[in-house]
Design a protein around this ligand. Structure first.
Ligand SMILES: Nc1ncnc2c1ncn2[C@@H]1O[C@H](COP(=O)(O)OP(=O)(O)OP(=O)(O)O)[C@@H](O)[C@H]1O
Length: 527
């Protein structure tokens, strides 16, 4: 393949450190702009080149005197005379390129050395080493591929404020995993991923990217037995396997009343004893029935404390019965359902948070054990709303969560090829231990200072300039850094081939539908 020739776009002007330099932009290259990738020779090296990205461009008045003339003209309102400007670009050095890999730079760029803009073909070469097609380099047509192995073995995070394009991006990652036959398990608290088997409606945009609408053909959706909406199989947990600690998550009242833990412990221990002796399993319904009987006995014997404690726990547990999750069998049976190329969606839409915590704890633990014993293939696990399941600081103390199992999974999962994809709109509220285990970060628009701070602390290669730009990113553009990409970059995420289930609703469209309904009603009433 013949190389497109590199173009000189200017000459190094100042080089205050190995991490930055400025260059004077040549007259015939004044289209140099923020986001362009440039290279200069690294002085005294064996042919290494410093790779940088233009972070800012300014115009200096060439001669101070002309600046004064310009100011005076503007003040007096007279036309400004033709002036000579110098365009100066500031470059952040990303590293020294050696055989397509980035190393730490050793020497600052030498003033007066030529600066070259990297042509698209070379950019594509640099960014297309991986298997996961994420999108195109921002302001370029060069495609960006992420390393599949790095995403799974070193975990990843998709972060950004609400509406920034997180679940859309996760959808792209899932499509790519499925294309490479990697099994995926999605913990989906809002039911946004059930549409993965449907093709996208956005044929036009896909065509511009050389892609076609296509639903995934092996998607299995699990949801609580009594929930409405899309579902192929139920999500159930074998209540017999729950420990008294698990009930503490399900019944927050337990920690508020002194006698409550003891009341529940008695009931659970009794049911467990019976199970050991007779093999008779029990469900949440049995726990509730036993507690009810306990409350009645306490009332009959005038034990007010015991009675009130049992009633309080019942108030927490009874509402959970209507979801039917806490039964006598486990579904999905992960050993049977986690299969190459298949996506399992655990749709928890509408399920109370405390029950979601138990479902997540249970299935993450199971996935981890099965991977440890090599009883399922390597798997990519998407944890949406991670700030709920692995909360940081304050939130952590307010209620019991799945934190410890998420931490174990994040710390140890990589050893067993169980990849975690942490997704959150509040990265500042995600446990730092969990977040810092996510080596590849895909950061979409984020404005909150706490969120930005946690992203900066947890991710490598996130400069101050990058953080500034992250605040104003358009929807669907991400800053990507970490081992899966090698060179940190801003990426326009590609369109999805599957239908996105978390569309931002169009308020006017919905109101129109209400208006139509009202009109029909009026007609029916003969108004
Ligand atoms: N790469 C993209 N290309 C085209 N449209 C996109 C892209 N990313 C996001 N969108 C659109 O932007 C909107 C918001 O995206 P998305 O639902 O992914 O946001 P989110 O960050 O997950 O929000 P939330 O946290 O509220 O769930 C959607 O309507 C989606 O279709």
């Amino acid at each position: 393949m013949r190389r497109v020739e590199r173009k000189v776009v200017g000459y190094v002007y100042e080089s205050p450190s190995v991490r930055e330099f400025t260059f004077v932009v040549s007259r015939d290259a004044e289209d140099v702009g923020v986001g362009d990738y440039v290279v200069v020779r690294e002085p005294d090296s064996d042919g290494r080149e410093l790779l940088g990205r233009v972070e800012d461009v300014r115009r200096d008045v060439h001669e101070g005197i002309k600046g004064e003339i310009a100011k005076a003209s503007m003040v007096s309102g007279r036309p400004v005379p033709e002036l000579d400007w110098t365009v100066v670009a500031r470059v952040e050095v990303l590293g020294a390129l050696e055989d397509g890999r980035l190393r730490d730079p050793r020497m600052p760029a030498r003033p007066t050395d030529a600066v070259y803009r990297l042509p698209e073909s070379e950019l594509e070469e640099l960014f297309s080493k991986g298997e996961v097609f994420l999108g195109r380099l921002k302001d370029s047509r060069a495609r960006v591929f992420l390393g599949l192995n790095e995403l799974i073995t070193l975990h990843c995070a998709v972060l950004g404020m609400t509406g920034s394009g997180k679940s859309y991006t996760v959808g792209v990652l899932i499509e790519e995993m499925a294309r490479h036959d990697i099994p995926v398990v999605v913990i989906d608290p809002h039911g946004e991923y059930t549409s993965l088997r449907e093709p996208s409606h956005d044929r036009e945009r896909l065509e511009r990217w050389g892609l076609e609408p296509e639903g995934l053909d092996d998607v299995e959706v699990f949801a609580p037995p009594h929930s409405e909406g899309v579902k192929d199989y139920p999500i159930t947990i074998d209540t017999t396997k729950l420990e008294v600690d698990d009930f503490e998550v399900l019944a927050p009242e337990l920690s508020k009343r002194k006698a409550a833990p003891q009341v529940l412990e008695e009931v659970v221990k009794e049911l467990q004893r019976r199970y050991r002796e007779t093999g008779e399993k029990y469900s949440l319904e049995d726990v509730v029935e036993e507690l009810d009987a306990q409350a009645k006995r306490a009332r009959a014997s005038g034990d007010v404390v015991q009675y009130q404690a049992a009633r309080a726990v019942l108030r927490d547990l009874r509402p959970l019965l209507r979801y039917g999750i806490f039964d006598m069998a486990e579904s999905p049976d992960l050993r049977r359902h986690v299969r190459p190329g298949r996506v399992l969606v655990l749709n928890l839409r509408g399920v109370p948070d405390r029950a979601q915590q138990i479902v997540v704890t249970h299935f993450l633990r199971r996935l981890f054990e099965l991977r440890q014993r090599d009883e399922i293939p390597p798997v990519f696990v998407v944890l949406e709303e991670a700030h709920n399941f692995a909360p940081a600081g304050e939130e952590r103390s307010s209620s019991k969560t799945a934190l410890s199992v998420v931490r174990d999974f994040a710390r140890e999962g990589r050893k067993f090829l169980a990849g975690l994809c942490v997704v959150s709109q509040r990265p500042g509220r995600v446990d730092t231990t969990v977040l810092s285990q996510c080596n590849t970060m895909i950061v979409l628009r984020t404005a909150n200072p706490d969120d930005l701070e946690n992203i900066r602390k947890s991710g490598e290669g996130i400069t101050r300039e990058a953080l500034e730009r992250i605040k104003g990113l358009p929807t669907g553009t991400a800053f990507v850094t970490g081992s899966a990409i090698r060179i940190p970059a801003f990426v326009d995420v590609r369109p999805r081939m599957t239908r996105h289930g978390g569309e931002t609703p169009d308020v006017r469209e919905i109101v129109e539908r209400w208006k139509e309904d009202d009109a029909e009603e009026d007609l029916d009433l003969g108004i």
